[in-house]
Design a protein around this ligand. Structure first.
Ligand SMILES: [Zn+2]
Length: 213
């Protein structure tokens, strides 16, 4: 059975990805919550998810949820377990579907089982996303939402902003969180921090020069 705190349910329902990611770290990781690097497989274990490997499935990953007498069980089936960040992001994305979509489909529509299938590594999709507009079509929107949650869980906004203030290079931030540098760049775009940086640079260069005396 998966265990979810009321705060986690509330934040999942309001789709507040940033606070949801922080709340999950706080609820399930206790003293490890402040560590930048997060192994999602360990977190899922803490939350009561079953993560299994099955090379015979036709998808990269399947997230299943079953309801029985008001209790929820969830299993994530992976075609292949991976140790890299691409695999870590995929697991976080699957957790996003479970929290944001599946539990509400089961609890609110009285279904007994529901699931999501992944045909591609979602990290690549995330890094190419145009964050200025959310998809309109429901299936694409659900994928987008699961990606936003995964990014918020793996690179929490407050921790990320503090790291960027201390470390001048993207590569240093990437190493601190054990993520690829292009993911750091995409996360900046996702949070609108790239626009703020550009605006700050522009105002630096266009600031009036004091007249020569
Ligand atoms: Zn998905």
């Amino acid at each position: 059975m998966i265990s979810l705190y009321p705060e986690v349910l509330r934040l999942a329902k309001s789709k507040d990805y940033e606070k949801l990611g922080v709340s999950i770290r706080r609820c399930f990781l206790s003293e490890q919550q402040a560590r930048p690097q997060l192994a999602v497989a360990d977190l899922l274990d803490e939350m009561g998810f079953d993560v299994i490997e099955d090379a015979s499935i036709a998808y990269l990953a399947v997230t299943l949820m079953v309801q029985s007498q008001g209790k929820l069980d969830s299993t994530i089936i992976l075609q292949k377990r991976g140790a890299d960040f691409k695999a870590n992001f995929l697991l976080a994305h699957c957790l996003g579907h479970a929290l944001l979509h599946l539990q509400f489909e089961l609890l609110e529509r009285s279904q007994t089982r529901a699931g999501f299938r992944e045909t591609q590594y979602t990290l690549e999709t995330f890094m190419q996303t145009d964050f200025t507009a959310a998809p309109v079509q429901k299936a694409a929107l659900y994928e987008h939402e699961a990606d936003l949650f995964a990014a918020a869980l793996l690179l929490p906004q407050a921790m990320f902003v503090r790291a960027m203030q201390r470390l001048p290079r993207v590569q240093q931030v990437a190493e601190m969180f054990a993520v690829p540098a292009p993911f750091v760049v995409a996360r900046k775009r996702c949070l609108g921090l790239d626009i703020m940086e550009r605006a700050a640079t522009r105002s630096d260069t266009s600031s009036p020069v004091s007249p020569r005396s």
